[in-house]
Design a protein. Sequence first.
Length: 400
Amino acid sequence: MTIKKIPVERLRPGMYVSDFNAGWLDHPFFLNKKTIRNAGEVSRIAAAGIDSVFIDTALGLDADDSPTAEEAAEQVEQALTEAFSGNAAPPQSFAESLPEANRLIGSARRALQELFTDVRLGNSIDFQTAKETARQLAAGAARHPQACLLLGRLNRSDDYTFRHSVSVALVLGIFARHQQRPDEEIESLTLGGVLHDVGKMKMPPAILNKPGQLSPDEMRIMSRHVAAGIDLVREAEDFLDPVAFKVLSEHHERYDGSGYPRGLRGDEISPGGRMAGIIDVYDAITADRVYRRSINPAEAVRKLFEWSERHFDREMAHAFIKTIGIYPAGSLVRLESGRLGIVLRQGEGSLMAPEVRVVYDTRCLSFITPVDIQLAKSADRIVGHEAADKWNIPLERFLA
């Protein structure tokens, strides 16, 4: 079996698509694998904003001179390393931050669960709760950014919509502060993150809570959640400021115009909308769903880097990667020594050398006594990233 990556322009009937390379897009097919049967299906893929796919040459026609999946990944890795070879921000205090960050995230999730449930029952948005939650998340983003990024990847078994909203809001606050935006704007962006998916509470419960992948018709219905959210905030007696409103209304717009609901393009999308679009995708693809396993945060960064050539504001996507790192907190990485470690936070001086907690030795296929290593001061180095389930490593066990 040979998997190759090809641009959509080279896709032909008879080829077998093994991955649409766009798990975050509402691509026009029910499954993520299929044989292309006619030119119309190619047109539908292109119209969905997908610019490249992976094909399996053992199950369909080949594409000569196209890179294999491994070669394509190496190209992305090289470009990413070249683009982000500079210094990292100074690391923050960490161990003492974890308990407070854990309390903050838990409290925010409970508050949003109550708020969203009230909306589902037909009540108006409780803006007082939303704003207070946003204020606390923005403050937490300022005090404990690395701990919040790490813990936001864990304890993800609760309702996806609530957890996702807290995570998007929190990371928006971290990203905005890294860009040195004013405090008032940071709180507005965070509030937009808190409410960006509130319209989902007006979607049919059978679709919202479906324990499986949505059909194309169900996806079209779900895409209406943005319009539903806009209606909810406009009907409310309280006021949602323009920055927060743009996060809610534009987080599914795409820089190339392939997004929804308005198909905005480039700078027609507000800075907050562009930021939220990047973070919404990053959080979505790193979260487990019933129908799809999450991907390693480090792999998600490489996807964002690749997609920034078309779907995202390139400079803003690169700024986001600098914020969370090439190997974000919660990533499982393989070291040159053969050990596996969990990234705790960004290291001192280099995005390529975070602080990791080593927990497993692939040479003897066994867990080892955990030890924290600052790779910037170690002879060991990262040589790749790994999926935790491949090695049956329960990340939460080593970060409690």
